[in-house]
Design a protein around this ligand. Sequence first.
Ligand code: NAP
Length: 348
Amino acid sequence: MRAAVLTAFGGPEVLVVRDVEEPRPGRGEVLVEVRAAAVNNTDLWTRQGAYGLPGRPDALAGWRGPVSFPRVQGGDIAGVVREVGHGVDPAWHGRRVLVDPALYDGPGDDARPVGLLGSEADGGFAEAVVVGADRVHDMTGSPLGDEALACLPVAYGTATGMLERGAIDAGETVLVTGASGGVGLAAVQLAAARGAHVVALTTPDKADAVRDAGATTTLDRRRDAGDLADALGEVAPDGLDAVVDVVGGPVLAAVLPRLRDGGRWVIAGAMAGPVVEFDLRRLYLHNGALVGSSMHTPAHFARLAADAVAGRVEPRIAARHALADIHAAQEEFARSAHVGKIVLVPGR
Ligand SMILES: NC(=O)c1ccc[n+]([C@@H]2O[C@H](COP(=O)([O-])OP(=O)(O)OC[C@H]3O[C@@H](n4cnc5c(N)ncnc54)[C@H](OP(=O)(O)O)[C@@H]3O)[C@@H](O)[C@H]2O)c1
């Protein structure tokens, strides 16, 4: 089968599209024919080895540390079950599925993700992938096409995890950063669907799309962090109940005092810088919570899968590319001029 294979940490040249042996499903596994796979920031950071290690922020590493090469990347997979391994109900054969890309630390609905397809195991930038049968979700009846489904697992899964861990509720005022991106736009949509008032940080030329997704107000993220805190004082005079943040950087220190008593700052990314300094008093004196959020739990993903079957989510597809054009897709992603998700389609 054709696959995009990561051969080492490095630039685009270490990502090679070539023929590899098609994997076979073992006990408890299924082979999924990949119909669509979306691009995420983590694909680029993993290729670059940009996650650092404890005490060595510049060390080359994947998000969990070492990555074993060659590795097929791709955590967003929508497809059809083509083969079932021993012990798997044959009724799965031929079903359209959405794949939960998380590898968990144990059984149970609240297990923690400790790996990701495309990083700690081979993923979906290929014509087929083998995954655990307990990680596929039946999409029979979903009004979403394969490309739309492929937008969901990492971005909407992460956003769902953030909203759940931050206990975002109806009537709350929530700031979303990186709001035009994969996770950010999903967070805007899902928080608005919960009845929250969403204030979004984005670049002005993407503001219309972010408002279309459900933001009540948008603010220019390129303002100085102090100006931003002042502007938030105007648009959210009673303060913020929560911040859903994938950007980090100087905004954290400047905006933390805008959290109301008992507010939650949920952080899942660091686009604007991973190392920040802030005044701890602004956190503890107001019983604030700083919540680290990585991906989702099985329960969060089941909620997302149910939303997908019911058509309660509407991902925005920014562009489509053939799998063979993965370099062009990643270049477009890195330019960050798009709003929504960039999708790869094998076999085109
Ligand atoms: N913890 C997890 O489980 C998890 C899962 C997925 C992703 N992530 C992380 O979350 C972050 C976003 O991922 P993504 O896939 O949504 O990426 P993305 O699609 O590239 O979106 C990121 C958005 O952030 C904004 N941005 C970019 N650079 C910025 C900067 N220097 N300062 C402020 N804003 C900036 C841009 O939006 P605007 O132009 O609208 O501002 C951009 O669209 C990444 O750090 C990623 O590694 C974490």
